[in-house]
Structures are given as structure tokens and as C-alpha cells.
Write a protein that binds this ligand. Structure first.
Ligand code: NAG
Ligand code: NAG
Ligand code: NAG
Length: 297
């Protein structure tokens, strides 16, 4: 009896929501999210807009109807930033949606999302402007960070921003961009403890047409490092990045050295021939003439 009660308590302690958000419906002007103190259990909600997170279809979740509508819009922005329409990789965009779905809707939200205070912070897009946001911590495993970064690292937007050149930098940058997009500043915490969210993502070279319920177009070697092992490697300026420069340098020196040797031996051979011709000439040119003239005279 006590064991049943205890396990009932533990499952209920784990399945809790830590924040919520409200928006006007439509035109979807959102207030900053707020922490739920105390935490509340997940709930069933009928969504007016399509499910932004198809993997949670029909489940008790931590996201309300307003948050679902807002996510549909944010996910459109993700596609326009990372997806094929801007020369990126749809699998990366789908993996990002899946991760933000866990942040907003997962019934165990309180386990890995710590919602904090609200305060004014500078807008990343326009630092003069201050935005009323909620501060939050999102605790994820190191393998989650590595996998999502691997699926996104060749997207043009990611390669162009120096802050995004590592798994940690990539996620912190996303959390910071959330200030202007979601009115929440998320700081990622990395841990391999039981509280951390652990997810497995689709590698960007997956041969699929749908990822986490989102339709996708396959990613190519230009947008996905894992696709590049195949022989049909499409060359682009960025392919020079992978070269081993010391090896290239040595190869150039060897080629230069060999051409110099060839050049100088040709030169020396020509000089040698000219000298030989000069040495031979007197006998060839003069001797017969001399002998002829000596004969005729
Ligand atoms: C959702 O819709 C179903 C059927 O339309 C209804 O029975 C239920 O009460 C609704 N739930 C909420 C939370 O509005
Ligand atoms: C986030 O984590 C940091 C470092 O552990 C801590 O100082 C901060 O208070 C946490 N913020 C929230 C909102 O829990
Ligand atoms: C992808 O999968 C389809 C069918 O599932 C198959 O016909 C096709 O050859 C696969 N492509 C590659 C590159 O593996």
C-alpha cells in the first residue's frame, strides 16, 4: 500500500508544469510567460490551431491553446531560418521544433525547465530597446546538445554566426534569440543527471519524408555534413575548409621543386648542346671547305 502510494506520489511529483503564457486570440499578441508557483499537473486542452507538436497528440501536456497557436508561428520562423527555403536543412528545423515542443508542452516540464523571474532585458535585435521577459533554465544532456548541433551545423545561418560554432554556443544562441521571439530568455544547463532532458534526434542524412510529424525535404551534402561521404560530393567554396593545409603546402613545395629541377636541367642541357655545337662547328664548317680550297688551290 505504501509502495503504491509512494510511486503515485513520485509520478505526480515528476509530471508537473513550471510555466505558462497567455496571448490574445487573434491577433496573437503575447504576454511574457510566467512561472507557475506552485507547479501544476499537465492537462488536456482542445487546440483551435493545428497541433504544433504532433508527437504530443492526444496527451496531457503543459502547453495551453494560446501557446500552441504561438508555437505554430514560431515554427514557421524556424523553417524560414534553418529550412530548405533558405538553403538549409529541414531535418535540422524539425529537430529544433521537437526540442522546443519538449520545453513548452512536455508533461514533465518542471523536471528540466526551471522558470524564474520576469525582468526587462535588452532586445537582441535592438539593444536600445528593453523587453519584458521570463528568465529560464533548460537542463539537457550533453548528447542532446551534440546531436542537435550535428544535424544543424551546415545550415547557412549556423555557419555564418561565429557564436554558433559549438554545440553549447549553438543552443545558448537559440535561447538568447528567444527573447525577441518568445519573450523568454533560456539558458541551457548541461548535465547527464536524471533531471536533464535526453532526446535522440534524426541525423540530417536520414532518408525520410517526415520527421516528428513535420513533412521535410531531404538534406544534401551542402547542408548536412553526414551526407558528404557519398561520391557525388558537390563542390562549393566551403569545401576548402576541410583541407589539411600543411599537406597542401608541402605538395606545392614538391611541385615547385620538381618544376625548377626540370627547368634547370632543360636549361643546362640546352647550354651543353650549344657549347657542343660550337665545339663541333669549326671542324664541320671549316675543315671540308679548307680541304676543298686546299685541293682546288
Ligand atoms: C474538448 O472537446 C471535447 C469534445 O469536443 C469536449 O468533450 C471537452 O470538454 C473539451 N475539453 C476542453 C478542455 O475544452
Ligand atoms: C539557472 O541556473 C543558474 C546556475 O545554476 C542559477 O544561478 C539560476 O538561479 C538559475 N535560474 C533559474 C531561473 O532557476
Ligand atoms: C530512400 O528511400 C527510398 C524508399 O524508401 C529509396 O527508394 C531510395 O533509394 C532511398 N535513397 C537513398 C539515397 O538511399
Amino acid at each position: 500500500m505504501e509502495i503504491i502510494l509512494l510511486s503515485f506520489l513520485i509520478t505526480n511529483v515528476l509530471a508537473l508544469c513550471s510555466f505558462t503564457q497567455h496571448c490574445s486570440q487573434p491577433p496573437y499578441i503575447c504576454e511574457a510567460p510566467v512561472a507557475l508557483n506552485p507547479h501544476i499537473p499537465p492537462f488536456k486542452e482542445n487546440f483551435t490551431a493545428p497541433y504544433a507538436c504532433p508527437t504530443f497528440l492526444g496527451q496531457d501536456v503543459c502547453c495551453n491553446d494560446d501557446q500552441n497557436s504561438a508555437m505554430n508561428y514560431k515554427f514557421f520562423l524556424l523553417d524560414e531560418t534553418f529550412g530548405h527555403s533558405v538553403g538549409g536543412c529541414d531535418i535540422c528545423a524539425a529537430n529544433m521544433k521537437y526540442m522546443w515542443c519538449q520545453f513548452t508542452c512536455n508533461p514533465n516540464q518542471a523536471q528540466f525547465v526551471q522558470a524564474g523571474i520576469n525582468e526587462f532585458v535588452p532586445n537582441p535585435v535592438d539593444p536600445q530597446q528593453k523587453i519584458w521577459t521570463m528568465l529560464s533554465n533548460f537542463t539537457v544532456t550533453n548528447s542532446l546538445a551534440c546531436e542537435i548541433y550535428q544535424s544543424c551545423q551546415k545550415c547557412p545561418y549556423v555557419t555564418q554566426v561565429s557564436a554558433m560554432q559549438s554545440p553549447e554556443g549553438f543552443l545558448q544562441f537559440q535561447g538568447y534569440e528567444g527573447i525577441s521571439i518568445g519573450l523568454v530568455w533560456t539558458t541551457f544547463q548541461f548535465s547527464d543527471g536524471p533531471e536533464a532532458l535526453d532526446l535522440t534526434f534524426f541525423p540530417c542524412n536520414s532518408n525520410v519524408t517526415s520527421v516528428w510529424g513535420y513533412p521535410i525535404q531531404p538534406c544534401t551534402c551542402n547542408t548536412c555534413l553526414n551526407s558528404c561521404a557519398a561520391s557525388y560530393y558537390v563542390s562549393s567554396p566551403t569545401t576548402l575548409e576541410g583541407l589539411d593545409w600543411p599537406v597542401v603546402g608541402i605538395a606545392y613545395l614538391v611541385i615547385l621543386g620538381v618544376s625548377m629541377i626540370i627547368f634547370f636541367s632543360k636549361f643546362a642541357w640546352k647550354k651543353h648542346l650549344e657549347k657542343k655545337m660550337r665545339d663541333i662547328q669549326p671542324y664541320v664548317a671549316h675543315d671540308p671547305a679548307d680541304s676543298i680550297s686546299s685541293l682546288t688551290s
